[in-house]
Design a protein around this ligand. Structure first.
Ligand SMILES: [Ca+2]
Ligand SMILES: [Ca+2]
Ligand SMILES: [Zn+2]
Length: 371
């Protein structure tokens, strides 16, 4: 049964409201859709080590701004900062932010800012990308939304809380998920298109969330391929399960379906999330969850590791085009693999097998090892 749009359906939603061209150009233009005014960060200051004393991430290292005797949760070299409910960067005199409380919003900013910097580090160190647009551009983040939701509005990332109000939705994968919408937005073709474009946008964000958990490798948040398991927004456990999407509480298909275009955008991320897990980890990885293969797929898939899988996904985003479809994404990852690993025939075969394992149809002119 297809779920109606609701706060549950809207969880982690990239709102389907058109982003005004001015907002994209100006990055900080206009009010956010919460009604909070977008606030520009302060001017340049010195970079200083700081500490996030977070609820999810107690005693986590962060890099903060130091200026006029004050530390702030803002990055001296970009417009990344964390503010509460539309205000400017959280500031104090110690450089230690947060009190480990799940309801304290300074603590939420400490967690969220740490998570954003880990996402930025993953982009830089693993995927070779500088910021959301590849040229160092970032965006502000705001915590303290009362909704059980988090979203990217085209120029800011915004984070709410759990249904029971006990925790803020600012752990690694949710923060990476929302900012990763900015990467999808700032790669060729942007984020406009049809149902499958939105579905692939959601999958891309889930993929970047998993990559960020693995990059951070924080003992307080062991890497996994579950979405929203750490914050448990609705008290029903993970919202999405990448290795077997149908295990989640939503209506996510494991396999590409003929009616893909009528599936809700987050649910429609299922087959691409499933593809990524198979590519990264394989169908029966040692010590990790098994992942089913859809009818007509190969007998098994052997994973190539999450870092190489992430590189291929990022390179495919650089080959993105308007109105991207599942078949377009399949072709793009194959071309990306040829570009990144020109002599690695087994890797190309694994990418193809992983798509076959989730039933995504081949396009015309797919690269093969012999061409
Ligand atoms: Ca985790
Ligand atoms: Ca997770
Ligand atoms: Zn999203």
């Amino acid at each position: 049964m297809k779920r109606a749009y609701s706060v549950l359906g809207a969880l982690l939603l990239l709102p389907l409201i058109p982003v005004p061209a001015a907002a994209e150009v100006g990055w900080l233009g206009g009010a956010t859709s919460t009604g909070w005014s977008a606030v520009a960060g302060p001017g340049p200051g010195a970079r200083s080590p700081g500490t996030a004393n977070g609820y999810y991430y107690p005693n986590a290292p962060i890099s903060v701004r130091f200026e006029s005797g004050k530390y702030s949760l803002s990055d001296p070299s970009s417009v990344l900062f964390c503010g509460i409910q539309g205000n400017g960067p959280v500031t104090n005199g110690t450089g230690v932010f947060g009190n480990r409380s799940g309801t304290d919003l300074t603590t939420a900013c400490a967690d969220g800012y740490y998570a954003a910097q880990q996402f930025g580090g993953m982009l830089r160190d693993w995927l070779g990308r500088d910021g959301l647009d590849g040229k160092g551009k970032w965006a502000p983040m705001f915590v303290g939304m009362t909704a059980v939701n988090a979203y990217w509005n085209g120029h800011t990332a915004n984070f709410g809380r759990t249904k029971d109000g006990a925790r803020q939705l600012v752990n690694l994968e949710i923060v990476a998920h929302e900012f990763a919408h900015g990467v999808f937005q700032h790669t060729p073709g942007g984020f406009d298109g049809g149902a499958q474009t939105y579905q692939l946008n959601e999958a891309s964000s889930d993929i970047m969330g998993a990559l960020t958990e693995h990059y951070a490798n924080n003992p307080n948040d062991p890497p996994d391929y579950l979405v929203a398991n750490e914050s448990n927004p609705l008290g029903r456990g993970p919202e999405r399960v990448m290795y077997q999407p149908s295990l989640g509480p939503r209506d996510e298909p494991d396999c590409y379906l003929p009616n893909m275009n009528s599936i809700e955008v987050h649910d429609g991320a299922g087959p691409a999330n499933h593809f990524f897990y198979l590519l990264a980890e394989g169908s029966t990885p040692a010590g990790k969850p098994a992942s089913p293969i859809c009818a007509g797929g190969p007998p098994s898939v052997t994973g190539i590791g999450i870092r190489d899988a992430g590189k291929i996904w990022m390179q495919a985003l650089l080959l993105k085009k308007p109105s991207w479809t599942y078949t377009d994404a399949r072709t793009a990852t194959l071309n990306a693999t040829r570009q990144l690993y020109p002599t690695d025939c087994p890797k190309l075969t694994t990418v193809r097998n992983a798509w076959n394992a989730v039933s995504v149809p081949a396009g015309t002119g797919e690269p093969t090892c012999l061409t």
